[in-house]
Structures are given as structure tokens and as C-alpha cells.
Write a protein that binds this ligand. Structure first.
Ligand SMILES: Nc1ncnc2c1ncn2[C@@H]1O[C@H](COP(=O)(O)OP(=O)(O)OP(=O)(O)O)[C@@H](O)[C@H]1O
Ligand SMILES: [Mg+2]
Length: 449
């Protein structure tokens, strides 16, 4: 039989103490009680319960002193403090000392239930992976899959030869990161890395952005300006989203790649081009060539060397390492200090398909880190972020009551968990007893196991 969840209750009001003991015991919890602070602390130290309910005003060791002792010893137990209404000051102190929540006397049993449910659904899962905040290096390509190891080798080879490279891959797979790596590992690392996103500039400005212009060459060209080709010097010109370059400019681009020299718009002086071109796309250029949307000759010029970055769903082995790396990165940018991630959360990540690839993973992790209440990233923090809202056909959209929605959602989760109550409760963020109650009251059929 699974170990029952333990609750320790510390209160000097014996009547209240006994009725709470009875109440929680009947709900299926393992309950231990103490009527003073010292005994309460000893009990919590010895039994390490999931939750402790602690009265703040106790004879001898106060509730606050007890909380302080738990904090000093690093005992991981959710404490719900009970306080008299006037004690705002102590309540604030209690929360500062790490209390999970507080309730006022006289106790409203429904409110207590809700707080305990919340505390239990938030209990750190025991199995977790430690995030070691050492050796963080920005712009690192992280991964250990076979596919990524092959890419590491290519980066090594390409850093030695200054050939044109085409990087293809879905959005968010790390195309720009790979382009930068090729540049920074090469002997031209000291030269500029210039990125131009071909989809982000107005069509009639691309030419001037790329080639630069001479003063007065068109309305608004008040002075001579260097284009990206010139600024790139002997470094790298990264042409991102190359598929978006208009057809008429493709011819010009091709010509300059072949001749390795160009002229500024409105100028006639030939300028040498010494940089390496790395182009990237998330579209199927071969198909665009077939449809006449991209020049075949330019396509072959660019794909002298092609690197294809597989989507994350095809290299899920990379997920645990990426998660660890990205959490370190996010800790730095958000100022949070997530130190562990539960294995159950990693399992969730492994099950997800990541249509937005590593960028989506980074976004989900950022939200989870911000929402996380302690230093361990729990499964409960990530499930909702991974669930996609069902795409409702507006025509079939029905207005439903909250309880209908709740019943439907619980049934769906139970279904996905093959009727496994513990798993479903964990996903729903409620305790098993609460889930059982809901199944009964909402009349949900479940394959209870
Ligand atoms: N293997 C990896 N290790 C660590 N971080 C990564 C990795 N791959 C991608 N990233 C991070 O994911 C984010 C997206 O990467 P990047 O911008 O290079 O993708 P992209 O393929 O250029 O996407 P898009 O097509 O949307 O422009 C960046 O923050 C990048 O640092
Ligand atoms: Mg990009």
C-alpha cells in the first residue's frame, strides 16, 4: 500500500487539536499532534510530514520560533499557520519565515481543506535533478543526441574553410546559434558577424541595406552609406530567412556571390566582398525552386554546404541537458534561483512535441520559473503550460457551465492517465481525496485503479 500522507498539527487548544486530528484522520491522512512548540518541532523533525498546521500563539516556544527552527535546519515541510485576527504583524513574519499560507481563527474547515489541498499539490516530488549553477557559458549549443554531435563536427569542419553555408531547420531549432558558432570558431572570429533578416526589411530598402548607397542615389539618400556586405568585412554575413528575398534581388545576390564584388546603389566603383555568407531558412527551398519562387542557380550557390538541424521532437535526448542549461540561463535573467527540476517535469517535456522547438522550450521554462514558488521546478508548474487549448470550431462551440467543463476536463485527464487516480490528481493539481470527491459529486465514470 502507498505510504499515507502525513500531517502534523501543533496547537495548545486541546479541543481544536483533537477535532482536527479526527477530521484529517477520517480523510485518510496519517496525523500526529503536539500541544506545544517544542514537542511540535521534535515531531516535525522526526517525522518530516508533508504538511504541518501550526498555531502561532503557543506556550513556551512560539509558532514563529518553530518556523525559524525549521528554516534554519532546512526541513522541507509546508506549514500552514493558524493565527488570531489581530496578529497581522506575526502573520507577515510567518510568511517571511517560509510559512506556506495562514488561516484566521475561528477556523473555517472548508478554507483549511482548500489550503491543505493546495499545499499538498505543491509538495516537491522527491525525484529531482539538480541544476548546478556552474560553468554557464552564453551562446553554447547544448545537446548530446547523435544528430547534434554530427552538427558539432560540421561546425568544426566549417570553421576551417570559408565556404558558403545554408542552414535549414524549423523555427526555433537554433539556426542562428549554429551560424554564430561557425563564425566564432573560425579564424575570422575577430571580424564582424553581421545578421540581416530578409523578411524584416521593406522590399525597396533591402538593396540599399545589402549593398549600401551613394549620396543622392535615391530620394532620402542624403549621405553615402555602407551596406551589410561592406560592414561584414572579412567576417560573416548571415542572411536569415533567405526565402523571403524578392525574386528580382535574387539575381543581384547571385551575381555578387559569383563575382565576389559589388557596387553600392547609385555607384559604379567595384567593392570586394571578403566575408563568408551563411544563409538560413525554415522553408523548403527546393520546393520553392520547383514552384518558381526561388532561383535554382542561387539555391545551388548557397547550398555549397548544407546543415540541416532536426526539430527537437526528433532528438528528444537533448531535452534534459537543454532544460538544465536553459534554467541556468533563465535564473540569470530573472534573478530566480531554481536549483532542481523534478524528474516528472522532465518526463512531461519528453512527451511534448515542441512545434516551436528550443525557443518554445525556453519560453515554457521562463514562465514555469516565474510561476514556481520554491527552488524546485515541479511538474504541476509545467503541465498547464504544455496543454494546448482544444481548437474549438466556433460553429460547434457550446456555452457550458463551469461544472460541466470541470467534469469534462477531469474525465479527459483520467482518460489520458488510463484511470490512474494518483497521476490524474497530480496533473490536475489536487489531492487524490479531492479528486475522488469530485468524481463522485460530478458523477464522472473512471477506471479507478
Ligand atoms: N542546442 C541549443 N542549446 C542551447 N540553446 C539553444 C539551442 N538551440 C537553440 N537554442 C536557443 O533557442 C533560441 C532559438 O534559437 P535560434 O534563434 O538560433 O533559432 P532559429 O532556428 O534561428 O529560429 P527562427 O527560425 O525562429 O529564427 C535561442 O535563444 C537559442 O539560444
Ligand atoms: Mg533565427
Amino acid at each position: 500500500m502507498a505510504k499515507r500522507i502525513e500531517i502534523v498539527i501543533v496547537d495548545d487548544n486541546l479541543g481544536l487539536l483533537e477535532s482536527l486530528e479526527l477530521y484529517f484522520r477520517e480523510k485518510g491522512y496519517e496525523v500526529a499532534i503536539a500541544d506545544n512548540g517544542e514537542a511540535g518541532l521534535a515531531l516535525i523533525q522526526a517525522r518530516k510530514p508533508a504538511v504541518a498546521i501550526v498555531d502561532l500563539r503557543l506556550p513556551g516556544m512560539s509558532g514563529l520560533a518553530l518556523l525559524k527552527a525549521l528554516k534554519v535546519e532546512g526541513i522541507d515541510c509546508r506549514t500552514v499557520v493558524i493565527t488570531a485576527y489581530q496578529e497581522m504583524e506575526t502573520t507577515v513574519q510567518a510568511i517571511k519565515l517560509g510559512a506556506f499560507d495562514y488561516l484566521h481563527k475561528p477556523i473555517d474547515i472548508d478554507a483549511l481543506d482548500a489550503v491543505i489541498d493546495k499545499a499538498l499539490s505543491d509538495i516537491p516530488e522527491t525525484e529531482s535533478i539538480k541544476v548546478v549553477d556552474e560553468g554557464f557559458k552564453e551562446n553554447t549549443i547544448v545537446g548530446r543526441s547523435h544528430e547534434l554531435k554530427e552538427i558539432f563536427k560540421l561546425i568544426g569542419l566549417l570553421s576551417e574553410v570559408k565556404t558558403t553555408v545554408l542552414i535549414v531547420g524549423e523555427s526555433g531549432t537554433g539556426k542562428e546559434l549554429v551560424a554564430r558558432a561557425i563564425h566564432y570558431y573560425s579564424s575570422s572570429a575577430g571580424e564582424p558577424f553581421i545578421a540581416l533578416n530578409c523578411s524584416a526589411i521593406v522590399e525597396n530598402l533591402i538593396e540599399s541595406e545589402l549593398f549600401g548607397h551613394e549620396q543622392g542615389s535615391f530620394t532620402g539618400a542624403s549621405e553615402t552609406k555602407k551596406g551589410k556586405l561592406e560592414i561584414a568585412g572579412g567576417g560573416t554575413l548571415f542572411l536569415d530567412e533567405i526565402s523571403e528575398i524578392p525574386l528580382h534581388l535574387q539575381a543581384k545576390l547571385l551575381r555578387f556571390i559569383q563575382e565576389r564584388e559589388f557596387e553600392r546603389v547609385g555607384g559604379n566603383q567595384k567593392i570586394k566582398f571578403n566575408a563568408r555568407i551563411i544563409a538560413a531558412t525554415n522553408r523548403d527551398l527546393a520546393q520553392m525552386v520547383e514552384r518558381g519562387e526561388f532561383r535554382e542557380d542561387l539555391y545551388f550557390r548557397l547550398k555549397v554546404f548544407e546543415i540541416s538541424i532536426p526539430p527537437l521532437r526528433k532528438r528528444k535526448d537533448d531535452i534534459p541537458l537543454l532544460v538544465e542549461y536553459l534554467i541556468k540561463k533563465i535564473n540569470r535573467t530573472t534573478g530566480k534561483r531554481i536549483q532542481r527540476i523534478s524528474k516528472a517535469a522532465i518526463t512531461r517535456f519528453m512527451e511534448h512535441d515542441w512545434p516551436g522547438n528550443i525557443r518554445e522550450l525556453e519560453n515554457v521554462l521562463t514562465r514555469a520559473v516565474v510561476l514556481s514558488k520554491d527552488d524546485c521546478l515541479q511538474e504541476s508548474c509545467v503541465v498547464n503550460l504544455l496543454r494546448r487549448p482544444p481548437v474549438d470550431n466556433p460553429a460547434s462551440f457550446q456555452l457550458k457551465s463551469l461544472s460541466e467543463m470541470e467534469a469534462q476536463h477531469i474525465a479527459h485527464v483520467l482518460d489520458c492517465c488510463h484511470g490512474n487516480i494518483s497521476r490524474a490528481a497530480r496533473i490536475l493539481g489536487i489531492t487524490r481525496p479531492t479528486l475522488r470527491n469530485k468524481i463522485k459529486s460530478l458523477d464522472i465514470s473512471s477506471g479507478d485503479s
